[in-house]
Design a protein. Structure first.
Length: 354
């Protein structure tokens, strides 16, 4: 088994549950008869095996016959029998990142119990407003704090234009411009990488995610993530990360790397879209009709804002496209008296717990 990081690094950060990211949210879920089980955090998920981290270090876990590795995400907290390493049960997640791939029927688990999601993109052809908005909707729905990281700024003629466009996507959205290979890359992200904090990276292949993981982990990492070059003409790279894994951040915290994505189908992210397009969400209740589509109805507050120049019509068009896609892809279940209703309705609450 290849260790995730040097043993001394893991020991320093995992000698307490808090160092691994444990909090009262998880502690309150323990039953009185589970005191003999070991709280363990999922550190790596492969097709046929799962590894976990606890105060005792890294261990390969044994699944019950009815369990599948696909039921677990990197970052999950589970309870494990000390002698057999049998995984007894998973604790309820504080946050969960999941995505639906094109043509996929079941969402794929990406990571769990993530505090901050770093959305990585480059100041080149990879920069795509519509895709970034999908990532943001995913992060909002998951309950994580999104931060956009802009790489390859040194190759752009006007890097500040990318920063301005990214910052305008959502209110209060942090945008950090950095070189993943630079010595100060980890310092720029320190506000989100404190002890016990967990961050995850998401973005297309070739934008520098694996390089950034290596920078955050520092020189103590025994098996650095592989990195690959990109094609200059379209800024696309090949996948160098094929499995999700948890890595200790030098000085505290944990980082989860994920395989690159070029397409992302939104599904079941209604509240995430509401947060992303807050200026539209807040105007909607002022419309004359409750079911206003913001297209042609009289007394539409959204259309009035467009005419007044306070709302970008392209922003409304992207909201409409993303909302329709989400509605189309979100499964429905039978409601009261045989009626149909969305499987998960937007309740205004931030994030999902599963």
């Amino acid at each position: 088994m290849v260790p995730l990081v040097e043993a001394v690094t893991v020991a320093d950060q995992a000698n307490t549950l808090a160092g691994l990211g444990w909090s009262d949210f998880f502690g309150d879920q323990l039953d009185a008869d589970e005191s003999g089980l070991i709280p363990t955090r999922i550190a790596m998920v492969h097709r046929d095996r799962i590894a976990g981290l606890s105060h005792a270090g890294q261990t390969d876990l044994t699944l019950a016959p009815q369990d599948s590795t696909g039921d677990y995400a990197v970052g999950d907290w589970v309870l494990v029998e000390p002698a057999s390493h049998l995984l007894k049960r998973r604790l309820t997640r504080k946050t969960v990142l999941e995505r639906r791939t094109q043509g996929g029927r079941v969402p794929q688990l990406a990571a769990a119990n993530v505090d901050t999601l770093f959305i990585v993109t480059s100041c080149n052809a990879d920069f795509n407003i519509a895709r970034l908005e999908r990532y943001l909707a995913l992060a909002n729905e998951a309950g994580t704090t999104p931060v956009i990281l802009l790489t390859k700024a040194d190759t752009a003629e006007d890097a500040e234009t990318y920063r301005t466009q990214a910052a305008a996507l959502q209110r209060g959205l942090p945008v950090v411009m950095l070189n993943p290979r630079a010595a100060d890359a980890a310092d720029a992200l320190a506000p989100w990488c404190g002890p016990g904090q967990t961050v995850a990276l998401i973005g297309s292949s070739g934008v520098g995610k694996s390089t950034l993981v290596n920078s955050l982990a520092g020189s103590a990492q025994q098996s650095p993530q592989q990195t690959g070059a990109i094609r200059e003409h379209d800024a696309k790279g090949r996948h160098t990360t094929t499995a999700r894994s948890l890595h200790a951040i030098a000085g505290g915290g944990w980082v989860i790397d994920t395989p690159g994505m070029r397409t992302l189908q939104v599904s079941d992210v209604a509240s995430g879209i509401d947060t992303l397009f807050a200026e539209i969400t807040e105007l909607a209740p002022l419309c004359k009709f409750r079911d206003c589509t913001h297209v042609h109805e009289p007394g539409c507050a959204v259309q009035a804002a467009i005419k007044a120049g306070t709302l970008d019509p392209e922003r409304l068009a992207r909201w409409r496209k993303l909302s329709h896609e989400n509605q189309h892809n979100t499964p429905v279940q039978s409601g009261p008296r045989g009626g149909k209703s969305p499987a998960v309705k937007s309740s205004g609450a931030r994030g999902k717990r599963r």
